[in-house]
Ligand binder design. Structure first.
Ligand code: ADP
Length: 154
C-alpha cells in the first residue's frame, strides 16, 4: 500500500518551520499532500489561492509533494485521498496538548489513520504564521521566517 500523508494546516503563509517538516518527511512517505484547510468562519490573511501557489513554488522540485485545499473534517478528506497518515509538527508542550486532543479524536473517528508527529528543529521553534502576519501587517521584514523560494513576493 502506498504511504500517503496529509499535512493539514492554514499555511497562512507557509513558514520555514513548515518547509523543514515537509522536507524531512519526504523520505518517509510516497506522497505528501499539503492540505490547506478552508474555514468559512475564518477568512485568513493571505488568499487560499496565494497560499497554495507559494507552497507549490517551494516544492516544485519535489514531485511527491502535492498541494490542495479542502474543507470539512480532516479525517474525511484523508479518506477521499486514500491517505493513511496525518502529519503534524510539534514545537512546544502547548502544541503537544493541542495535538494530543485532536489526534486522539481523529483516532476515534477513523482508527486506521495514524497521526505522525515530527519535532521542529530548535531554530524554527519560535516561528509561526501568526508572527509572520503581524510583522507583515506592520511593514516589517519577514525574510527570516519564510522559505527562500517565496522571498521575491515579499
Ligand atoms: P493550524 O491552522 O493547524 O495551526 P498551521 O499552518 O499553523 O496550522 O500549522 C500546520 C502544522 O505545522 C501544525 O502541525 C503545526 O504544529 C506545524 N508547524 C507550524 N509552525 C511550525 C514550526 N515552526 N516548526 C514545526 N512545525 C510547525
Amino acid at each position: 500500500m502506498k504511504k500517503i500523508a496529509v499535512f493539514p494546516g492554514s499555511f497562512d503563509p507557509i513558514t520555514k518551520g513548515h518547509e523543514n517538516i515537509i522536507l524531512r518527511s519526504i523520505p518517509l512517505f510516497d506522497e505528501i499532500i499539503v492540505a490547506i484547510g478552508e474555514n468559512a468562519d475564518k477568512k485568513g490573511y493571505f488568499s487560499i489561492e496565494q497560499r497554495l501557489a507559494w507552497i507549490e513554488r517551494v516544492f516544485k522540485d519535489h514531485p511527491s509533494v502535492k498541494v490542495e485545499k479542502y474543507s470539512g473534517l480532516t479525517v474525511e478528506y484523508c479518506k477521499t485521498k486514500n491517505a493513511n497518515y496525518i502529519l503534524r509538527g510539534l514545537r512546544t508542550s502547548a502544541d503537544f496538548e493541542f495535538e494530543r486532543s485532536i489526534g486522539q479524536a481523529n483516532k476515534k473517528l477513523r482508527p486506521e489513520l495514524e497521526t505522525v508527529f515530527m519535532l521542529t528543529m530548535p531554530e524554527f521553534t519560535p516561528i509561526n504564521s501568526s508572527i509572520v502576519r503581524d510583522v507583515h501587517r506592520h511593514g516589517g521584514e519577514v525574510y527570516d521566517f519564510i522559505p527562500e523560494a517565496i522571498h521575491s513576493d515579499f
